[in-house]
Design a protein around this ligand. Structure first.
Ligand code: SF4
Length: 369
């Protein structure tokens, strides 16, 4: 992401014009492609507190003080894909691969449930080991033993039929970042066999079936321009995902993008705040990638409209191998052992930790719970 004027002072006229665009979003109006581009091209540092303040108030108006806690289990670091930015891509041979069997998953979920978690996220690469039949068995077991638990999946692209069967078996939510809503930019981040149209079709399928659906993007990814980001913002505006995962691009040394720089924390904060204004009701996590980029990233993300934190419940010996990018806080702040640090950040932002199910506001009662 390039905020052209980010570190230069704008004329007061320009600042007023950009503030008007931000105010329009805050008032529930849609922006056009040209208006989003003007906003990004002419946004500068002086305006960050302004947009953060509006985003913070917006999340408070919808979700009050709550920051919802999710328990994240990284069930597999096998993946059949080769996304150019990802540390667990298929062609990274320098990685110890693992996957959990169903009994290991049950044990972690049971631990989480008895420690107060009401949402569990099962996340992994696109790993064919997790067939529909196996996932249905796992979901059926979890749904019958923990009826009040929200079950979120983040397992990549699957067919409509597969998504449908998993929903029928008890899954409530599905996270599938679109990564870039610009077809040209998407093609620079992924091998030829991966298509933006497939990703968008999957997201549409998930919504149609009834999942609370999460999209999302990387900020500062290689080759990203403001025009690409405008496509992302327009997509969020029209699709209105129930969840939005946003984080900086972070470099991984075992990928084709190893020589690209990491994203910029301030740029990520601007996109968090814009996402909150564009989708006031969305559940927006302060992501691990943001905490990995800056030591105060989580606190600043909460100030910018985020209202979810995922806590890593994966087994300690496996976490280091779920290395999507370098220097991940895999044994650090975003894990159960460091819950008190997370709580302190939440309270510093004048918010409250909340272990409730935390559905999207329009789905306070989810049919699958
Ligand atoms: S980003 Fe997802 S789909 Fe792509 S290689 Fe990584 S785990 Fe696989």
């Amino acid at each position: 992401m390039i905020l052209n004027n980010y570190y230069n002072l704008n004329s007061s006229n320009t600042n007023e014009r950009i503030k008007t665009l931000i105010n329009n979003l805050d008032n529930g109006l849609n922006l056009s492609k040209d208006q989003f581009l003007d906003l990004l091209n002419n946004f500068n540092y002086e305006l960050l507190p302004y947009i953060q303040d509006l985003a913070f108030k917006k999340r408070k108006a919808v979700y009050h003080d709550s920051v919802y806690i999710r328990g994240l289990i990284e069930i597999s670091n096998y993946c059949k894909n080769n996304c150019y930015y990802c540390g667990i891509r298929k062609n990274n041979d320098d990685l110890e691969r693992y996957r959990y069997n169903k009994n290991e998953i049950y044990q972690i979920v049971d631990y989480a449930y008895h420690n107060g978690y009401k949402t569990i996220v099962l996340q992994g690469g696109e790993d064919d080991y997790y067939s529909d039949d196996l996932l249905i068995e796992i979901l059926t077991y979890l749904r019958s033993n923990y009826p009040d638990l929200a079950l979120t999946l983040s397992l990549g692209e699957r067919s409509y039929e597969s998504y449908y069967k998993l929903y029928q078996a008890g899954a409530n939510r599905y996270l599938l970042r679109h990564e870039s809503a610009s077809a040209e930019h998407y093609s620079k981040l992924h091998p030829q066999e991966m298509k933006l149209t497939t990703r968008i079709n999957c997201l549409n399928d998930l919504k149609t079936i009834g999942y609370q659906t999460g999209a999302g993007l990387m900020v500062g990814s290689p080759y990203q321009t403001n025009n690409d980001l405008v496509d992302d913002l327009l997509f969020l505006q029209s699709f209105q995902p129930e969840m939005i995962g946003i984080g900086p691009y972070l470099n991984h040394p075992k990928t084709p993008f190893k020589s690209f720089n990491n994203g910029d924390i301030n740029h990520v904060l601007v996109i968090y705040a814009l996402a909150r204004l564009i989708c006031p009701e969305a559940l927006i996590p302060s992501t691990t990638a943001t905490s990995s980029l800056a030591s105060d990233g989580r606190y600043r993300a909460l100030q910018s409209g985020c209202n979810v934190i995922m806590i890593n419940l994966s087994l300690l010996d496996k976490r280091k191998n779920y290395s999507l990018y370098a220097n991940k806080t895999y044994v650090g702040d975003e894990s159960q052992e460091y819950l008190s640090l997370i709580k302190a950040d939440i309270e510093k932002a004048h918010l409250k930790i909340n272990f409730a199910v935390g559905n999207h506001i329009t789905r306070e009662v989810d049919n699958n719970e």
